[in-house]
Design a protein around this ligand. Structure first.
Ligand SMILES: Nc1ncnc2c1ncn2[C@@H]1O[C@H](COP(=O)(O)OP(=O)(O)OP(=O)(O)O)[C@@H](O)[C@H]1O
Ligand SMILES: [Mg+2]
Length: 415
């Protein structure tokens, strides 16, 4: 591995030292540790909620990530992202880790594998420790968004079900666990019409998920999500983001801005569900009814509204120190017509059927191209170069690039 100038002005990773080309390098790409947390390896307790495993990964998805990375010429070493990685990464002479670890427990579980990688001095994909610890915590993230004047529903974080209710909050309210994903704990009961609904459901969520509960004003409106790959150029990290740069060009549904590629915005289509189904993207819709899911992508939105959602996505991305990829979830308030930010997924699912993948596919990308684009963003950010005889993405374009982060390599899922 050789180094180019590191494009991350804040990176404090040690400059990688060129090592020998190691045994078994195929195609001259990098030596990549593919880190995952499988549902089957999760520590279980008798009191786990029924959706405890829903965010965790499965072997067939890992095979798809590995095939994509191998298709780009990397040598891939898949491994469970637990304490056992320390000696393995050293022994295998790993250049970079592709991180998909959701973590099994702890208030910053998504930040644990990155913390270990930082201690080992191994670069990795996606957000770093602080960014992942922050964005897993929805209330903390909303405090950061509010500091930057970004629109997010008014809220209160409940530590106990008896906390006094902030009189500024207006019913209906909405309750969800503060640090979960995949709609965990989100059911039809999350919509609260009265204080007694609130006390009951907050008490249930605290017992079930053993964490604080986020109670927000309920936003009646359309569910939208905006995903991206890449990283903002250093000068774009703090400069105002001009709305007129975020309109999609004719015939394109994605947008490139200062090093980031934004995928078409997607909307949850609720018309496919039985009448009476909860009008929120709950755990049931995300998991039990996953086969029914239909996204409208690109979502039918006026140009101005789409550009504003992209602007907010970039704002949230940069203010939360997200890197390489992310997906920001919104509700478009039916009353005001304005988008409200619900959360950012700084480590969004990248399985073949994850929302981010579907957004990329709506633009003609393959799942493999998405995985490689995330990898390439991290490689560029860390200033890594291919090993000798390397077959790097940019050297082997599949089709004319639509922007800095359009897929640049022929890669297939080999099964
Ligand atoms: N304040 C709110 N008002 C209305 N609906 C909400 C609100 N908060 C959440 N929802 C509904 O719940 C869904 C999931 O919320 P959120 O994205 O916060 O959960 P998550 O479990 O982190 O999701 P992900 O699967 O993206 O990780 C939203 O898409 C929306 O339908
Ligand atoms: Mg979400």
């Amino acid at each position: 591995m050789t180094t180019a100038e590191n494009s991350d002005p804040l990176s404090d990773f040690p400059s990688p030292v060129r090592k020998t080309n190691g045994g078994g390098v195929r195609g001259g790409g990098l030596r990549v540790a593919l880190l995952y947390n499988l549902a089957e390896n999760a520590p279980r307790t008798a009191n786990d909620p029924p959706d405890a495993l829903d965010e965790l990964d499965h072997e067939k998805n890992v095979q798809a990530y590995a095939a994509a990375l191998r298709g780009a010429g990397h040598t891939v070493f898949p491994m469970e992202g637990d304490l056992s990685i320390a000696p393995k990464l050293k022994r295998l002479n790993i250049d970079i880790a592709f991180n998909t670890c959701e973590g099994y427990r702890g208030d910053s579980r998504e930040a644990q594998a990155p913390a270990l990688l930082e201690m080992l001095g191994v670069p990795y994909t996606a957000a770093r420790v602080l960014g992942l610890a922050l964005t897993l915590d929805k209330a903390m993230t909303k405090r950061v968004l509010a500091h930057h004047g970004l629109p997010t529903p008014r809220f209160q974080e409940f530590i106990t079900a008896d906390d006094s209710l902030d009189p500024k909050l207006r019913f209906p309210l909405f309750a969800k666990p503060n640090r979960e994903g995949t709609g965990k704990g989100i059911t039809e009961k999350s919509i609260l019409h009265s204080e007694s609904d609130l006390r009951d459901y907050v008490s249930h969520l605290i017992k079930m998920y053993r964490q604080t509960v986020l109670v927000e004003e309920y936003v009646d409106g359309r569910d939208l999500t905006c995903g991206l790959v890449g990283n903002l150029d250093p000068r774009a990290l703090t400069a105002p983001i001009p709305l007129d740069a975020l309109h999609s060009k004719e015939g394109h549904t994605g947008v490139d801005y200062a090093g980031v590629h934004l995928f078409p915005i997607s909307e949850v289509d609720y018309t496919v569900y039985e009448p009476g189904t909860e009008p929120v993207y709950s755990n049931k819709l995300k998991v039990t009814l996953a086969d029914k899911y239909r996204g409208l992508c690109p979502a039918p939105l006026p140009d101005e509204a789409a550009a504003e959602i992209r602007r907010l996505t970039l704002e949230v991305f940069r203010r939360t120190q997200s890197l390489d990829m992310a997906r920001v979830d919104f509700r478009l308030d039916r009353r005001t017509g304005l988008p409200q930010i619900l959360e950012i997924n700084a480590l969004p699912g990248v399985t073949p059927i994850s929302d981010l993948t579907l957004c990329a596919e709506a633009e003609g990308w393959t799942h493999a191209q998405l995985i490689v684009a995330v990898m390439d963003a991290a490689i560029r950010r860390h200033g890594l170069q291919p090993r000798p005889n390397g077959r790097r993405a940019a050297l082997n374009p599949r089709r004319p690039a639509r922007g800095l982060h359009a897929p640049t390599i022929e890669s297939r899922i080999a099964g």
